[in-house]
Design a protein around this ligand. Structure first.
Ligand SMILES: Nc1nc2c(ncn2[C@@H]2O[C@H](COP(=O)(O)OP(=O)(O)OP(=O)(O)O)[C@@H](O)[C@H]2O)c(=O)[nH]1
Ligand SMILES: [Mg+2]
Length: 441
């Protein structure tokens, strides 16, 4: 992948549409413009032009936009040709650009160039893809906030606080005889503590941001016949899962995505857990155990008239230590009111729908997602890990007894944070990040 090559791609989604866009970026753009449009057009003006083939015949007529470097998305010369949105005609325009020396862009290559030319940092570049992939309006708003740089700004604040502290400590290293006094006077330990608090606050936001981006995987577990599939159907509003009064009805893992106050939840209905001799049901139960391991939370369902019995106790003890919510179903049969209990469990009826709102509210509460959308930004697991690493280095710095060690841990913490915005990111990671983008972005 060479940055001195000009790249071209169809930027609009495949299919039919009123308008389709072919985008070109690179140093060949001015020369290409003369050939395709028959003239040079002024930057940042919409020009109605014929798009010409090699013989001078018109392929299409549309709007051409020229962005002169560095004032463009990629920071290079960019030409956008807005033609009619048909795959054949757009393919012909693209082929003409290739004929004139551009090559087909790789996925995310326009955004990668924007990053390499310092138009945006890495967290912002990732939020471009997150905005395109957002599955709820909240996720889109949060991605937009990251794209505007809110998350990057928080990270940069942390980095500059660390740099200040490092300067203080490194000055101490230059005057070793004054070591103790210098650190004490400058309150290095106090400053370290306040930076750690800030790192942890950003970490919590990033964890939430990562859940908003990718959604929360909730697995329904419980004994057979307690109403797991009925609850899935109730929450999704459709009859996805088969419901019968025969215990052991569900065998395959059934997945359905829903939205609660803008947060995506991926609900997974599973085979009821019990000792079974039925070979098919046994496979279903093994699969249940596997998906539980990979989920973010367990919603454990029990029959409200029975409560948690000995068998439930055994099953619960065997489940991994994820956030869990106990739900007592079939409230309609028990005569007890639906709602949230003192211990945080929820009583509801999948059949009548009573108590479903309480359930949704508890699901949000479990992840502190009650008022997320207005201040939140999106984040990725990669960012969460980088913040955790930074915190671990700061913790080690706090235990250091020598100024050299203290300074080194601070440096490592700073490097971890810089991975988020991309000042310190290996090439193969960049390759992986951008390869998940769509073509033309
Ligand atoms: N009265 C009442 N019946 C319910 C309620 N929820 C489920 N049922 C009934 O309970 C039975 C079992 O429901 P399912 O949803 O299939 O239960 P399940 O937990 O998925 O069962 P398995 O797939 O066998 O593990 C069915 O006859 C449902 O109609 C409820 O809230 N009230
Ligand atoms: Mg079921």
């Amino acid at each position: 992948m060479r940055s001195d090559e000009s790249i071209a791609a169809i930027a609009t989604a495949p299919g039919r549409g009123g308008v389709g866009v072919v985008r070109v970026s690179g140093s060949l753009v001015p020369a290409m413009m003369e050939k395709i449009l028959g003239k040079r057009i002024a930057p940042r003006n919409a020009s109605l032009c014929d798009f010409l083939d090699a013989t001078g015949g018109a392929i299409d007529r549309g709007i051409a936009l020229y962005f002169k470097n560095p004032h463009s998305y990629t920071g290079e010369d960019v030409l956008e040709l807005q033609g009619h949105g048909g795959q054949v005609v757009l393919g012909m325009i693209l082929a003409r650009c290739i004929e004139l020396g551009a090559r087909i862009a790789e996925p995310g290559e326009f955004t990668r160039r924007a990053f390499l030319n310092d138009r945006i940092d890495l967290a912002q570049a990732e939020s471009v893809a997150d905005l395109i992939d957002a599955s709820t309006a909240s996720a889109a708003r949060c991605a937009m906030r990251s794209l505007q740089g809110e998350f990057s700004e928080k990270v940069r604040d942390l980095v500059s606080a660390l740099i200040n502290l490092r300067m203080l400590v490194e000055a101490t290293l230059d005057f070793p005889e004054e070591e103790i006094d210098f650190l004490a006077e400058g309150d290095a330990v106090g400053k370290l503590g306040s930076i750690r608090d800030k790192v942890n606050a950003v970490l919590r936001s990033a964890q939430t941001g990562s859940l908003i981006r990718s959604g929360i995987h909730v697995v329904f577990a419980g004994q057979p016949n307690v109403g797991k599939s009925s609850l899935l159907n109730r929450l999704s509003g459709e009859e996805h899962a088969i419901v019968t009064d025969i215990p052991g009805t569900t065998r395959d893992v059934i997945r359905q995505s829903i939205e609660i106050e803008g947060i995506p939840f991926h609900i997974i209905d599973t085979a009821g857990l019990r000792e079974s001799e039925d070979p098919v049901e046994k496979i279903g139960i093994a699969r249940t155990r596997e998906v539980i391991e990979r989920s973010d939370m367990i919603l454990y369902l029990a029959d409200c008239s029975r409560g948690l019995d000995e068998e439930d106790g055994k099953i619960l003890a065997s489940l991994p230590g994820l956030p869990r919510l106990i739900v007592y179903n079939k409230a309609d049969l028990s005569g007890k009111p639906a709602g949230i209990e003192m211990d945080g469990s929820v009583r509801l009826s999948a059949k009548s729908g009573e108590g479903i709102d309480s359930l949704k509210s508890r699901m949000l509460e479990l992840f502190s997602l009650h008022e997320p959308a207005e201040t939140q930004f999106v984040a990725r697991q990669r960012h969460v890990s980088a913040l955790r690493d930074a915190d671990a280095f700061l913790e080690k710095a706090g235990k250091a007894t020598q100024a050299e060690v203290f300074a080194e841990e601070l440096r490592l913490a700073q490097d971890s944070l810089s991975r988020i915005t991309g000042e310190f990111t290996p090439d193969d990671l960049l390759g992986e990040i951008f390869s998940n983008f769509c073509i033309g972005k």
